[in-house]
Ligand binder design. Structure first.
Ligand code: AMP
Length: 114
């Protein structure tokens, strides 16, 4: 039996999410365990497990995710800065195998990250 990821279930509206943006190619919703005052996940509707599986045919789609990040940053007035994070693989802490960009803002973000 095919097992859907939690994000695919959000895309298919099988479980609720606090959706802040949607178009034909992607969805953005608030992280259920926010690590900053603003913590939004931007995901492609196409099921790509991680950065490792991004192919040349996805170049336009991945670029679109960043266009959406820029739009959200403008709409949310993130003038003092924000961070975009993509965890890839277990050592980086990826817990959902559906490509997602974290948009974090609203507090001082330290560098280097943990
Ligand atoms: P990562 O650890 O990079 O794979 O990030 C996965 C993120 O998904 C974590 O920050 C989780 O808090 C978040 N998350 C997991 N389930 C949900 C959900 N149902 N709705 C919103 N965010 C979720």
């Amino acid at each position: 039996m095919e097992t859907k990821t939690i994000f695919k279930r959000i895309i298919d509206r099988e479980i609720p999410a606090d959706i802040v943006y949607e178009d034909d190619r992607c969805l953005a919703f608030r992280d259920i365990q926010p690590q900053a005052p603003v913590h939004i996940l931007v995901i492609p509707k196409k099921e790509i497990p991680s950065v490792n599986e991004v192919s040349e045919s996805d170049e336009n789609l991945v670029g679109h995710l960043f266009v959406v990040i820029a739009k959200l940053a403008e709409q949310l007035g993130l003038k003092s800065g924000y961070r975009v994070v993509v965890n890839c693989g277990p050592e980086a802490g990826q817990s959902v195998m559906h490509l997602h960009l974290h948009l974090l803002a609203g507090r001082r973000l330290n560098w280097p990250p943990g």
